[in-house]
Design a protein around this ligand. Structure first.
Ligand code: PHE
Length: 440
């Protein structure tokens, strides 16, 4: 469970997987992505399959569990931090996933030989361009544009095996919160963010030898930021999982923060890492613009939270287009406790039913719920879902028509189309008898 975080212990996996992937990339002259052509080189290792995930934006699909968790996190930050009645955080959830190595690594002080840059771990388009490996890749550009408090939400790409908890594409929420002296220590002009000995004109003299803090920062500023950071993230965790959630902080290392921590929650009899965070390295802030602030940053993985919150047993389900999965998350109250109910692995079969209503009904007075019950009465357990697909009034005859989709699925075996058609016919007959409709 160490994968979501870009940190040093990835050395081991990078060394191990060096051989596994060294022959994987076929040589191509260029790569086409979203109508744009990129020159390929010896780093190119994106595959057409991976490129096909680029437009999916699961975190923005309203009936996807990732989107529900995203909205809950955004709401937490919106309601916890306001500035003159407006949310203090701005949210970026549509940043393009193709980034430069500068954005993904250099801007974040990730050294040239750092294992997280390995070809075996990232999807490179070429030597200079890759699919972002973390949302932190956008931190510097947003700071540079003048923002101080923001969330970056999107899909990230890391080469990995595929199993029930790993998938090469997943989603992160990353954040930065910065404060100036007067915000961090209101009415306490005697307290400072920076050590008096620190030469702000020469930010690269900052070092991280002391495990407690960066050499440029005062201990008071660091400690206060640490307390705020931890309080906010525990608040978020409790807002998601409830007050009783068991958690612990673990010291961590990231090239872009110091000090750094990880938060683990106790889930299904084990500790599960849910986020990484820390105090942003002052060099990053100075390179991007602000030289008078201190900031904290964190990054969390949406899949793990969604899987734990809704008891979703397999990460691949997030990509399901199966309505049996998606309807469980459709139009739900964001804070409702939802427990995912496994859907059958046998295929669905969808048949539509359209009919003209008799004059006693209009498209607005016909009660869909009555129809649903009738469908279930006849079809029984093989009815997975019934939904209104279309309402229609004929312009000339003024006759009213409705169309419903019925999704059939057996829990233990594959239904044949003939079998489904037969049940479908029986349902048609029953609606004709019950309501006097005319099947179209
Ligand atoms: N970018 C880190 C990761 O993906 C998470 C992180 C973000 C850690 C911000 C600290 C600060 O692993």
């Amino acid at each position: 469970m160490t994968r979501i975080l870009i940190k040093t212990n990835r050395i081991i996996s990078a060394v191990l997987s060096k051989y596994k992937f060294s022959t994987a990339a076929k040589s191509v002259a260029s790569v086409q992505i979203k109508g744009k052509e990129f020159v390929a080189d010896d780093y190119t290792n994106v595959t057409p399959k991976i490129i096909s995930y680029l437009d999916k934006n699961l975190h923005l699909q309203k009936n996807n569990p990732l989107s529900i968790v995203r909205q809950r996190i955004v709401n937490y930050f919106y309601s916890s931090f306001t500035h003159r009645g407006h949310p203090a955080f701005s949210v970026y959830d549509n940043l393009p996933p193709i980034v430069t190595t500068k954005q993904n690594f250099e801007d974040l002080l990730i050294p040239a030989d750092h294992p997280s840059r390995a070809k075996s771990d990232c999807y490179y388009i070429n030597r200079d361009t890759l699919l972002r490996a973390h949302m932190t890749a956008h931190q510097s550009e947003l700071l540079r544009s003048g923002l101080d408090n923001f969330l970056m939400i999107g899909d990230v790409y890391r080469r990995d095996e595929i199993d029930s908890t790993h998938f090469p594409v997943f989603h992160q929420v990353d954040a930065v919160r910065s404060q100036r002296q007067e915000e961090l220590f209101p009415d306490k002009p005697e307290l400072q963010i920076f050590e008096p000995t620190f030469d702000k004109t020469n930010p690269h003299t900052n070092h991280i030898n002391d495990p407690m803090k960066q050499s440029c920062h005062t201990l008071e500023a660091t400690k206060l930021m640490e307390t705020q950071l931890k309080t906010h993230l525990i608040g978020l965790t409790q807002a998601l999982f409830g007050e009783d959630i068991k958690y612990r902080w673990v010291d961590a290392y990231f090239p872009f923060t110091h000090p750094s921590w990880e938060l683990e929650i106790f889930y299904e009899n084990d500790w599960m890492e849910v986020l990484g965070c820390g105090i942003v390295r002052n060099e990053i802030l100075v390179n991007a613009g602000p030289s008078n602030t201190i900031a904290y940053a964190f990054g969390l993985g949406l899949e793990r939270l969604a899987m734990a919150l809704y008891k979703i047993p397999d990460i691949r389900l997030m990509w399901s287009t199966d309505s049996g999965f998606l309807t469980q998350f459709e139009n739900v109250d964001l804070n409702a406790s939802i427990t995912y109910k496994p859907v059958s692995s046998y295929p669905q079969c969808t048949n539509d039913m359209s009919f003209w209503l008799p004059p006693t009904y209009t498209i607005d007075t016909f009660i869909s719920n009555d129809f649903y019950d009738l469908v279930r009465d006849i079809g029984g357990d093989i009815i997975e879902q019934v939904k209104l697909k279309d309402k229609f009034v004929h312009p000339k005859s003024k006759k009213h028509s409705l169309c419903y989709s019925i999704v059939y699925r057996h829990l233990e075996r594959t239904l044949t189309q003939t079998e489904v058609n037969q049940v479908h016919k029986e349902i048609e007959k029953a609606v004709v008898d019950a309501y006097g409709v005319v099947i179209r």
